[in-house]
Design a protein around this ligand. Structure first.
Ligand code: UDP
Ligand code: MG
Length: 323
């Protein structure tokens, strides 16, 4: 029997948990041809979330939990979930029931058809302000323009990952985690499922705009080093202006026989040295970008099949990992 791990990051979710368990229990009853593991990651909750989980575990042994020493954030909670998951596949689910568990059978169906990464795409988002929807849309646009990897728009973390995706993600230990870009990076056979995102069942969102802006900047800076190129690109117009002005001044000297004025010499010097400085910044940026990519220590590649056999990535030895 195949085992499905449902990973639920929870931060101050005591109100949602009973509702969540009810819905999950129903789901597990329906899908009785699978074994289940419900893995909570308690992300340093300050309310009774942990007690609630412990109580549930007493009644139902399928419930497991990892309890963080403090709040580490959802991204870290998710990788911890992958580390502790024992299933053949894992599904991320929000504790607040914004991702309907009823969609899980459909995700599993595609998994059985051979897809490795089945992600749920939001058709609608109920109970969210237009500002949040708008900013989220713009953010995807910008990210897409900055990178060459295809980014899935309007997808949250609600997705099913096959064991080999789990193993691949576990190899990526960077501390500034931006999971969204990682899903794109690992590749594998992906399948999209549409769903309507519900409003929160109870409690409040943990995201403030400040946190979202953090996330957005993290997303861009962890996805690409192209902002570092900005310097290199700025150097070019500076030198172009310098060249034009230089020709103008020289021409004036020889054609009109007018001596070079002090202010003209100063402008030329300023243009020259700021151009040089910007260029040097760009060079430093290029190296910094390389260091940035190397320190991520990602595997160099991930194999889909070897001689017709699906590669699980669990034997990605140190020799195969980028050092
Ligand atoms: N969460 C977490 N750690 C945090 C913030 C959030 O584990 O620091 C969990 C939270 O309990 C929920 C999920 O991440 O299960 C999504 O959070 P939330 O509903 O607040 O975000 P939104 O749905 O508004 O984007
Ligand atoms: Mg939510």
């Amino acid at each position: 029997m195949k085992k499905i791990t449902i990973i639920i990051p929870a931060y101050n979710e005591e109100e949602s948990l009973p509702l969540l368990y009810e819905r999950l229990e129903e789901l597990m009853k329906k899908m009785d041809n699978y074994e289940f593991e419900i893995l909570f990651v308690n992300d340093g909750s300050k309310d009774k979330t942990l007690e609630e989980i412990k109580q549930m575990r007493e009644k139902d042994q399928r419930i497991c939990y990892v309890d963080f020493s403090r709040n580490f954030g959802k991204e870290v909670a998710m990788i911890a979930g992958l580390d502790y998951a024992t299933g053949d596949c894992a599904i991320f689910l929000d504790a607040d029931l914004q991702d309907p568990p009823e969609l899980i059978p459909e995700l599993v169906k595609y998994w059985e058809e051979g897809y490795d990464d089945v992600y749920a795409k939001r058709r609608t988002r109920k109970g969210e302000t237009w500002l949040k929807k708008f900013t989220s849309k713009m953010y995807y646009r910008v990210l897409q323009h900055l990178t060459n990897v295809e980014i899935q728009e309007d997808t949250g973390d609600f997705r099913l990952l096959d064991r080999r995706c789990i193993n691949a993600l576990k190899k990526m230990r960077e501390t500034q985690r931006n999971t969204k870009s990682m899903y794109s990076w690992i590749g594998y056979k992906k399948k999209e499922v549409l769903y309507d995102r519900d409003p929160r069942a109870a409690g409040k969102t943990k995201w403030s705009y400040a946190k979202l802006i953090d996330l957005a900047i993290d997303g861009i800076t962890s996805f690409t080093t192209s902002p570092l190129r900005l310097s290199t690109f700025l150097a070019i117009p500076t030198f172009v202006v310098l060249a034009i002005y230089f020709i103008y001044v020289i021409a004036k000297t020889f054609v009109v026989h007018e001596a070079i004025q002090a202010y003209q010499a100063i402008i030329l010097l300023i243009l020259f040295f700021s151009g040089v400085q910007i260029l040097l910044f760009g060079i430093v940026g290029e190296y910094l970008g390389r260091i940035f990519n190397e320190t991520k220590n990602r595997p160099l590649y991930l194999v889909n099949e070897y001689n017709g056999k699906k590669e699980m990535n669990d034997d990605l030895g140190d020799d195969k990992v980028e050092k």
